[in-house]
Each structure stands twice: as C-alpha cells, then as structure tokens.
Design a protein. Structure first.
Length: 354
C-alpha cells in the first residue's frame, strides 16, 4: 500500500534516509543500451558530479551512494542544525547557486547585488532556508537536471525517472550501517565489479581510493621526496594520489567522533565492506573476522546473519529500517499502527506500535 511521504520524512527534522530513484521502465538509460547499441556510461559521472555539487548547496550530508545503470541509491543525513546557523547572505548565495535564473554579463558585482537584494527579502529568505534543508528539494535538484540533460542528449521529451524518489528512514545506527553496506556493495551484488575498490561510482570505492591516496602521499613524504625534483612519473603519481583523496572529500565522515554517522572508524567500516563484498562474490557466508564482530555487536546487529542482512536488505525493510523498538517508536510518531519488516522475527511481517 502506498504511504504518504510525510509519515517517513517531515521537513525540518534531523535523520538519515535511504533514497532510491529509478529510470523510467527501469531502462538502462545510464549504462549500455542493447536496443540502440549506444553507451550512456558517461551519465553516471553526471549524477555523481551533480550530487557532489548539491552537497555544497544544501544542508545535507551524503553518507553513501551508488550510481547503477538504471537507478541511483543515496544515503542522506539531513542537517537542520546547519541550515539554522546560516546568515541570510549565506542562504541567498546558496539559493542563487541552485536557482540562478537569468544572469547578467556585467561581472561579479552584479552577482553580489543579487545576493544582497535577496538577503533583504525576509519572507523569501525564510522560504529558501526551509528548502535548502529539505530532502525533497535536494532530490528534485538532482532528478530535474539529469532528466533535462539526458533528454537534450537524446533529442526527445518525456520522463527520464519513473516517478518521485522512494524514501526509507534509517531509525538507528545499525540500520545505517547495514544500509550503507548494502548501497556501497550494489555494484558487487549486481556482478558489475568483483571487489568494492574497483567500483567507480559508489561511496566505498571513493573512500578506498582516498585511503590509498593518503597512504601514497604519506609514503612519499616519509621518504623525504621533493616535488621540485620529482620525475614526470613521480609527479603523475602524486597528482593521481591527490585526486584520489579529493574524490571522497565531499562524503560525510563515518567516525562518530568526527561528526560521522556510525559508531566505528572509517578504517573498520571499509574493512567490513571489503570483507562482506568478497563473501558475496564467493557466495560463501564465512565467519565474521574476530576484530570486526565487536563493531557489529555494539550496533546491535545480527553478527551471524550479517551477510544475509546486507544481501536481502532491499526486501527486508520497507518505509523504516531498524530494530523492533525503533520501528514501533517511528510508527507512534507517524500516527500509524505499524511499519513493515520482513524477517523471521516478525512473525506477522509487521511491528505494531504499543
């Protein structure tokens, strides 16, 4: 049964959400199209760059993402605390980056005048502030631009996305960890890549590349390398390492001590994703490594069935993901009797609010 978005996400509230948007009729409009014999792989970079750009405009953090051939996954954290701290000028500047309208060709002074003019309109600034912290406006800013570019490239009209994005609330840290791993391992599960670090358009791939880049730069510095006397090959290596580090710089930190979303370090999370991805590809459950098991236990996750949880995550949860008490709590807050969860613990397939 279709449920109104307001029962899952209410504008102005802090939370972590899993968002999915699919291409119309699930056609491969971002990958290889067998019908036309054309490749649209370059559109994956469109999506990634647009999400990165929007992160610099909206009061939102992207924790994980995956750009597949016919759909996009995003794990997004809303930040009402951030948008409330912006000055009116900052709100105006960000809004004009999102919706620039018609630009004059006189120069930067005209842009500054437009920012100042908008900042003086208190009612308009209030509306813009609300929208810059709104998850739906974030997804609108992504979907509309990609659809227009794709239709222009194809010289056609009509829908690119099949409808409004699907949204799922992640009610606790365990649900966030499982969902992030599920999203980051989408290319591995789909058979597109063998290992997470080979994934070009997903959060784990970016984080793993950044870790490798930081290691290469640290090794170069420790060896006493001097860039002024570096060979062309060494300069190429350094440039590539810095590019790898910057590739993940826009993603939200993982470590809770750094304002991240998980109760584990990025190193531990990447180890967990890497191990899980290899087990999924080998089709072997295996035992969780001893040093990773306590991390899952701390998040109150099922250690023994971790692989199954990640593999089945898309069908396990519906509108809200989390432990039983969190689902019941979310149901009460939304004025609903229950939220679905499909697993053996929920005998009737639902958690009912007390």
């Amino acid at each position: 049964m279709t449920m109104a978005r307001k029962f899952v996400y209410r504008p102005g509230e802090a939370g972590v959400f899993h968002c999915i948007n699919r291409c119309v009729r699930r056609a491969f409009l971002c990958g290889w199209d067998d019908y036309s014999g054309k490749s649209f792989e370059h559109r994956r970079e469109w999506v990634r760059e647009r999400v990165k750009e929007l992160c610099g405009i909206f009061a939102l953090d992207v924790c994980a993402y995956a750009v597949m051939s016919n759909h996009v996954h995003l794990v997004v954290r809303t930040r009402p605390d951030m948008v409330s701290g912006w000055s009116d000028e900052e709100v105006a500047r960000r809004w004009l980056r999102l919706c620039p309208g018609r630009r004059d060709q006189i120069g930067a002074s005209v842009e500054a005048d437009r920012v100042a003019l908008l900042a003086k309109d208190a009612e308009k600034v209030k509306v813009c502030r609300e929208r810059l912290g709104n998850l739906s406006w974030f997804m609108r800013g992504l979907s509309e631009v990609i659809a227009r570019r794709a239709n222009e490239e194809d010289r056609c009209k009509g829908r690119f996305w099949e409808g409004r994005f699907k949204c799922q609330r992640l009610a606790d840290a365990g649900a966030v960890a499982a969902c992030m791993a599920y999203v980051d391992l989408n290319p591995v599960r789909a058979g597109v890549e063998e290992i997470p670090e080979a994934s070009e358009y997903c959060g784990a791939g970016d984080r793993l590349r950044a870790r490798r880049g930081r290691a290469e730069l640290a090794a170069w510095k420790a060896s006493g390398g001097d860039e002024s006397s570096a060979t062309e090959a060494q300069k190429w290596m350094l440039e590539g390492a810095r590019g790898d580090v910057e590739r993940a710089g826009w993603l939200a930190p993982v470590d809770a001590g750094e304002g991240g979303v998980l109760g584990m370090s990025e190193e531990r999370y990447l180890q967990l994703v890497d191990w899980t991805g290899r087990r999924l590809r080998d089709d072997k459950a295996g035992a969780i490594p001893a040093d990773l098991a306590p991390v899952l236990e701390r998040l109150e996750l099922d250690v023994e069935n971790w692989i199954s949880t990640v593999e089945r995550y898309g069908s396990l949860y519906h509108r809200v993901a989390g432990r039983m008490e969190k689902l019941a709590e979310a149901a009460r807050a939304a004025g609903q009797r229950w939220f679905k969860r499909r697993d053996r613990e929920a005998c009737a397939g639902v958690y009912r609010a007390a």
